[in-house]
Design a protein around this ligand. Structure first.
Ligand code: ATP
Ligand code: MG
Length: 676
């Protein structure tokens, strides 16, 4: 018997068992939603440990940090082995770990800052501003667009020039200038000892490619690489795994081509489809049983995805018994009626004994949750939002983080300016000047603590209005210096809040109380850390990129309904799931309809498949008929085409609110406006 005492045969089906216990070597598990792919990976880790594999030889790559934590937690419950040496997390977090160790090799220091989308944008505008581009006649792309362009270039390996031609023909005349922005942006990142999210992958890859000895080191370390949600890897991630495993390391990849939903961010389904060719001798496992959903829901899901020209044919059988209740199809008058319906139904289900955390409302786009957020708030139903602004993306949280970042990375221009801008009398120009003055002191490049009060106090160009605050700034940084009175992450937050930021909050916002408690929340989150760099890395990684639901304080206490975009619901499951806004122009998205591109439409359909396969017992498909918010006035919306992909007998049509008539869509075909 294995050391863990796990009865692998009993806890896994035949196909899962073969995958879990397969001998070293490349393996691909390709199977539909809810078939236990993630479970298979978890047991694979346990099995490897049972085989005597050292935890440090295992690298577990998941789509969110939360997923990695949950899997390690599960493994910990399963086996007696010490798994603390196992590396698990997102590609970005693993990249971060590797880069921190070898930052010097790339011209960075281990204290480099991670720029999030906002930081990236402000750095880009500052670069564009420095270039004196004549935009009187032709428009130049805004930093948001530039950031996306550069990100696609990094993640797909495509040339900037080709990308502009293919996807941004409108900006073709600016090709040279955009190239120059890219060059300067890259340089500025290095100068400010900063990396953006894409760099976490790209620089890691470059490091390993350029340094054979490092590569050998990591190849020796990661003998077993396990990857969940492999269908959504991009070319850099794919190459990274290929590279790390090329020397006889074992890769086990699991995924589902029918759930590939991130091509807009550079993910490439080809990576999973071509896996067997890239890894000769690869074992392919298919699981055909679904453990998640009742047959009523599974039948609908199977039918829904069949409308795509899927490449890996797979029809799932349900391991569960019929529930005797069909998924509900619910046409509703408008978004607020829809919100009321959902709220009411949530309460009914709760009364029937379904806990709130077992229910989710999911949608194509974040803004589609607004009515619902309002309705749930007024109905007193607690909810957690995993789309939209997350805890650590909020301005006041980022303000506080800027102090900590600058205290640890004195070349962090973005953070310095962010802090300067908080002070009265300092605007963008003033912040620029102060930054130059700071650079001129020479302290940015030094390692020893500067004696902040003195150095900052001596800076030229501090406006009178800001003088007192500026002085205070020096004290705060002195307190935060390593070895200082408030050098731990949580204490640093305290020092910033009490030393200065609380005044700013009071003066700036009318919801001061809320924001203050957010920061207190940050402080308590910081208690879990001794090392400020680790704390800051964690904040940055939780904030964006991987679509992370964690870090939200709501996660700390359960008993909440989940509101989520479908993208972020990937891999998760709930007893009852509501998919809302299933109207043409909403889902599928209006831009996709307009583009009239079959590949794009298939990705929308995969998204629909991901949505319906999240449900275990109950599924509600709803759509508002009228969209009063549209600026063209009221728009009548047709039901989503995805609702035509399965036979009507598969659903139960609900009539809710009877004062309106649904048009006969077949007859009205041509009259309907597509909203966008
Ligand atoms: P997705 O494609 O959505 O990521 P998945 O293939 O990763 O789904 P899991 O999340 O691993 O599927 O499993 C779905 C559910 O089925 C989970 O609740 C899991 O515990 C359960 N399950 C999977 N395999 C088995 C099994 N052999 N016996 C009992 N339950 C199982
Ligand atoms: Mg999964």
């Amino acid at each position: 018997a294995p050391q863990s005492g796990i009865d692998y045969r009993a806890e896994l089906n035949e196909e899962q068992f073969s995958a879990v216990t397969s001998p070293p070597g490349p393996a691909l598990v390709i199977a539909g939603a809810g078939s236990g792919k993630t479970r298979t990976l978890t047991y694979r880790v346990a099995w490897l440990l049972d085989q005597g594999v050292d935890a440090r030889h295992i690298l577990l790559l998941t789509f969110t940090n939360k997923a990695a934590r949950e899997m390690s937690e599960r493994v910990r419950q399963l086996v007696p082995h010490d798994v603390s040496a196992l590396w698990g997390g997102t590609f970005h977090s693993i990249g971060n770990r590797i880069l921190r160790r070898h930052a010097e090799d790339l011209g960075l220091t281990p204290a480099f800052s991670i720029l999030d989308r906002d930081d990236q944008k402000s750095l880009l505008s500052s670069v564009v501003g420095s270039m004196d581009i004549d935009t009187k006649v032709r428009r130049f792309p805004k930093s948001e667009v530039l950031a996306t362009m550069f990100s696609l270039v990094e993640n797909t390996g495509v040339e900037l020039k080709d990308l502009i031609e293919a996807r941004y023909p409108y900006f073709e005349d600016w090709q040279k200038e955009i190239g120059e922005v890219h060059k300067r942006y890259t340089k500025r990142k290095l100068e400010t000892n900063s990396v953006d999210f894409d760099d976490l992958l790209v620089l890691t890859l470059r490091l390993l490619k350029e340094q054979p000895d490092l590569l050998a080191l990591y190849r020796k370390r990661f003998r077993h690489i396990l990857v969940d949600e492999y269908q959504d890897t991009n070319s850099v991630q794919c190459e990274l795994i290929d590279l790390l495993s090329a020397d006889g390391g074992s890769v086990m990849a699991v995924g589902d081509d029918a759930q590939s939903i991130y091509s807009w961010r550079g993910a490439d389904m080809e990576n999973i489809l071509s896996f067997p060719e890239r890894y000769p001798g690869c074992r392919v496992f298919k699981i055909e049983t679904n453990y998640r959903s009742v047959p009523e829901i599974l039948d609908l899901s199977n039918a829904a995805i069949r409308a795509n020209r899927s490449r890996f044919e797979k029809d799932l059988r349900s391991a569960r018994d019929q529930l005797g209740v069909k998924p509900a199809l619910v046409p509703l008058e408008d978004p607020s009626v829809q919100a009321r319906f959902v709220a009411q139904r949530l309460l009914e289900l709760r009364d029937e004994g379904v806990p709130l955390e077992e229910m989710a409302v999911i949608y194509r786009a974040h803004f589609q949750s607004l009515e619902l957020q309002m309705e749930l708030t007024s109905a007193g139903i607690p909810f957690a939002i995993t789309s939209g602004l997350r805890f650590f993306e909020q301005a006041h949280i980022k303000d506080v983080a800027a102090f900590l970042r600058f205290a640890t990375n004195r070349r962090d221009e973005t953070s310095f300016k962010r802090i300067a801008l908080l002070l009265p009398g300092i605007g963008a120009k003033g912040a620029d000047k102060l930054w130059s003055a700071w650079l001129a002191t020479g302290w940015a490049a030094k390692d020893e603590p500067p004696g902040w009060s003195e150095v900052l106090g001596g800076l030229k160009g501090v406006p009178k209005k800001a003088a007192k605050h500026w002085e205070q700034l020096g004290y705060i940084f002195d307190e935060m210096t390593p070895g200082g009175e408030f050098a731990k992450p949580s204490d640093m937050v305290y020092s910033v809040l009490e030393g200065m930021y609380d005044d700013h909050l009071r003066a700036s916002y009318d919801n001061y109380e809320n924001r203050r408690s957010d920061i207190e929340q940050l402080m308590s989150y910081g208690m879990g850390f001794d090392d400020v760099l680790e704390f800051l890395s964690q904040l940055s990684l939780l904030g964006s990129a991987d679509g992370e639901p964690t870090g939200d304080k709501s996660e700390l206490d359960a008993e909440k309904v989940t509101l989520s975009s479908i993208h972020q619901a990937k891999g998760l499951e709930w007893k009852a799931v509501f998919v809302i806004w299933l109207a043409e122009g909403q889902f599928p998205n209006g831009r996709v309809i307009e583009a009239d591109d079959e590949d794009m439409m298939e990705e929308e359909r995969r998204l629909f498949y991901v949505a319906v396969t999240r449900a275990k017992d109950e599924l509600y498909l709803s759509y508002p008929l009228i969209n009063p918010k549209s600026y063209t006035g009221d728009v009548i919306q047709r039901p989503s085409r995805f609702l035509d992909d399965f036979p009507k007998e598969m659903v139960e049509e609900w009539r809710v609110g009877s004062s309106w008539e649904e048009p006969d869509w077949d007859e009205r075909d041509d009259e309907v406006d597509e909203p966008f």
